[in-house]
Design a protein around this ligand. Sequence first.
Ligand code: BGC
Length: 753
Amino acid sequence: MRNLKSLIEQMTLEEKAGLCSGDSFWRTKAVERLDIPAINLSDGPHGLRAQGEDQDHLGVNESKPATCFPTAAGLASSWSVALLEQLGAALGDEAQAEGLHVVLGPGANIKRSPLCGRNFEYFSEDPLLSSHLAAAHIRGTQSRGVGSSLKHFAANNQEHRRMSVDARVDERTLREIYLASFEYAVKETQPWTVMCAYNRLNGEYCSEHPRLLTEILRDEWGFEGYVVSDWAAVNERVPGLAAGMELEMPASGGERDAQIVAAVQNGQLEEAVLDLAVERLLRVTFKAADARLENASFDAEDHHQLARRIARESMVLLQNDGTLPLANERRVAVIGEFAERPRYQGGGSSHVNATRVEPLLEALETRGASFDYTKGFEIDRDAPDQQLEQKAVQRARDADVAVLCLGLPDRHESEGYDRTHLNLPANQLALIEAVTAAQPNTVVVLANGAPIVMPWAGQVSAILEGYLGGQAVGAAVADLLYGEVSPSGKLAETFPQRLEDNPVHLNFPGEGDVVRYGEGIFVGYRYHDTQGVAPLFPFGHGLSYSRFDYANLTLSADTFSGDEQLTVSLDVTNSGEREASEIVQLYLSDQTQTVPVAAQALRGFDRVTLAPGETARVEMTLARRDFCWYDAERADWRLPTGSFEVRVGASSRDIRLSRSIEVHGDETPLPAIDRNTLLGDLQTHESAARVLREHLADLAEELPMLNSLMDKGGDNDLMDAMGRYLPLRALISFSSFTEARLDALLKDLKALA
Ligand code: BGC
């Protein structure tokens, strides 16, 4: 073990400040005289972008060949912790082979709006799913002695004005949704680094946000690694360092290192703060350098096959009238340029130079399928082309089935900007009309990183959502179309019928540099289910070529008080004819109405693979936090008292079994006591109610609004409401109560605190 403290003592002020920023785009600084090595950081998150000498920020210059796995939108639809771990480990192996020490990812930002240009790189609209998958990704990578950088912390939910926008999020929403998406991953896996976001959060840049980077991330969650800035996210360097952002990336040409030196010299920054930052930097640096495997390599073909397996377990069969799977002997018209030039990844910093790409046409040839191909439309143009369309119609008419390969071209969605609508380009919409008029058996295969609207869904037989399927996309699609394996992915986000149905619609992308998260906790299905707005395809939805029955739901207890875990068990049976996987989802519905809550929230999931006729007992556990809401006033999680419904199902809208459970929650906390405290707020607190009764007993006759307090059978709604919402001082106006008695009452109430 190195003694970091004594090493830091040997460093000059300039050397210490120097360690707090990069040497180049992707490399930290070394201090050779003290044997402190430099380490390499590189994107992430679904494949590596290791650049050689020609370095740039957003992937203009080519990077070294690496396996391009499906992007997070697809990965998340697998709901598979095991698969995400395998992917993370494969990234770790490739990183070792390329001499990288830290992979920049995964991204755990919540998909607040389907318009966000970077949704393809994020997992879900649900924090539990997002956080568990991020954790698995990190566990995998770090198991190979390579660090992860969990990003972008926090509330980076749009690309529009991403480097300046101020996300205004109330505390409860922040805790329950946006921070929760990071929290589990940080606590469970200790990522070596966390990357702070570009944007501001409630007025302060995330790169210099002491509450975010120190109080929450470190003091509350126990994060032990270091925080790296997103590339060029630094606003003011010295406040950033003081707030807990240790490494600025990329290099700042020495400018900001000099600012740190000056700040220490003139007393603006305590040297101890810099020393602590350096200690954190060195700890990760040495860990990374020590874990480096010289001469590591990876098997590109193995990783290609892993990419294929991950892709086919991630794709989601949204709709199917039985046309899929395709029988081998059917003549298929494959239409759409994506079959030849697949869109298998997104644009921007995550862009991978794939070791190989397997388009659908190649995969169909390899399997000897009976098909004809025609382009149908051009990816690079949006305008319809009648000639291409006519040819497609002819091919479709001559075949038994048409497979339309559609999706969003690169320019429609990317890092850096958001979409403005959810439609497919006009040429593809025209093609759907023309082909479905000629061929009743039409299957649509989609390539897109985020939801689209589908006014045409009723015209087609089947829809396979392929997301951005990685370099083996064609093979995975062919496997699913022909039923080599059954589709098993389920949506990790809601597909709305119309853009306007999205809860964020009125608050996206904000006014100037301010975006208000006005929908609060009601993001995605939390809104659709609570407000009763039917989605096009709900959160958790995905079809199979098999069928699953759910039975025998049991809970390990009938009541819950938060001290123990609650085990939820059920039988899932594959009652179809083929092996397939099912994703079982567990939702909790808080019916206590203590505060406004979503109709239901995902609190557990499991993925099981079953042979025909096989039954598995699925077990999921619930803990205190799953039942809690965040009480911003008291800065703590509160367990409410009353009934909850435990629901299990095949999607958020396909609940198969449910059971009620009584929760004995936390004692209602004493409200802040002053003249304006409401009677009703005191009445729900046992000791406060007793004090009230003692002080107000003689007023009971005068004031019928005290009936319910005095247990006199409050059956007059008006009077009860008057009492509940009465500030203590108003007792004086309505009765013989006096200021002197009010003072005495306040004194006794305060004594309870
Ligand atoms: C992105 C990060 C990425 C970094 C380095 C930034 O623009 O937001 O996700 O890791 O660039 O490429």
